[in-house]
Design a protein around this ligand. Structure first.
Ligand code: ATR
Length: 287
């Protein structure tokens, strides 16, 4: 749809932001739903979160996705923050309701939706989570909130310990932690039914790497990898070769975007179209 004087504006703020898949994905979704809406990327320098919030209000920008380095910095400038985002300590989606800015985090719910979509159950199951960075935090809260027994493994074990303690305090779940090493994978994977990678290990160009030795993978160990470039990481390929269910990073990207789309528009997201758009972009080597 050609932009008009009535076109509603949404976007993403971050730095860097030029390789984001979200403009293609969200514009395809707006078009599929016949909405006179447009989604653009705004490069926003660190330290400019307050100006961004004021600008969003002043210009009537309906919705923003927020990415590195602003997910935490933007929070003081919002009028309300939903419980999930507050507990994770990061906002990835803002809705501007007539000048009232509401913050959400769709990474956690998007992650859960991506698992549900593959019929992967987490309640009362043991889940080994690799990584304790921003993505790891969202996954940890999502999993613990949904009743998983969680083990957080991280290269820097102090971060794993801190995240495990924080999520345990917030959710009342008891959470184990340890270093990300072959020894601890060997210790923790046997009772697990899901392995989640939130580290960048395996990402292009080091596509031959995997955070977990292939010999530890099994048919009854589902594997979820947040890396989406390449779509089929070494970890996912080796899990699939053993007959395990796999969920790739594209799914998480698509579902967090679908939930943001729904918060802004109130319209059900065209998930299939969003997925095929991201896959097309990846195929084009856009990242
Ligand atoms: P994100 O927001 O994408 O999660 P991040 O906050 O920088 O990014 O976190 C990156 C995560 O990947 C961290 O858990 C990091 O481990 P450390 O806390 O020990 O740094 C992990 N990570 C990054 N590179 C890694 C590597 N080569 N091997 C293992 N873990 C790695």
């Amino acid at each position: 749809m050609r932009p008009s004087g009535r076109t509603v504006v949404c976007g993403i703020v971050g730095d860097p932001v030029e390789h984001s898949m979200s403009p293609a994905m969200q514009n395809a979704a707006f078009a599929a739903r016949g909405l006179d809406w447009v989604y653009v990327a705004f490069r926003l320098a660190r330290g400019d979160a307050e100006a961004c919030a004021r600008g969003m209000k002043a210009m009537g920008i309906r919705g923003l996705n927020v990415t590195v380095p602003h997910k935490v910095d933007i929070m003081p400038f919002l009028d309300s923050i939903d419980d999930v985002a507050r507990r994770i300590g990061a906002v990835n989606t803002i809705v501007n309701d007539g000048g009232v800015l509401r913050g959400y985090n769709t990474d956690a719910a998007g992650f859960a939706r991506a698992l549900e979509d593959q019929d992967i159950v987490v309640r009362d199951r043991t889940v080994v989570l690799l990584g304790a960075g921003g993505a790891g935090r969202a996954a940890a809260f999502s999993l613990a909130d949904r009743g998983a027994r969680l083990i957080v493994l991280n290269r820097r074990v102090a971060r794993a310990k801190a995240l495990a303690a924080e999520v345990a305090r917030a959710t009342g779940m008891s959470i184990e932690h340890g270093p990300l090493s072959d020894e601890s994978l060997q210790q923790w994977l046997p009772p697990a039914s899901l392995l989640v990678n939130t580290t960048p290990v395996g990402m292009s160009p080091a596509t031959g790497e995997s955070p977990c030795p292939a010999s530890f993978l099994r048919k009854d160990l589902a594997v979820c990898d947040i890396v989406y470039n390449p779509r089929r990481t070494t970890l996912l390929r080796q899990a699939a070769e053993r007959g395990a269910r796999t969920v790739g990073g594209v799914e998480m990207l698509v579902w967090q975007g679908a939930l943001a789309f729904e918060l802004w528009t109130g319209v059900q997201a065209p998930v299939e179209i969003m997925r095929s758009t991201v896959e097309e972009e990846l195929g084009r080597g856009a990242v």
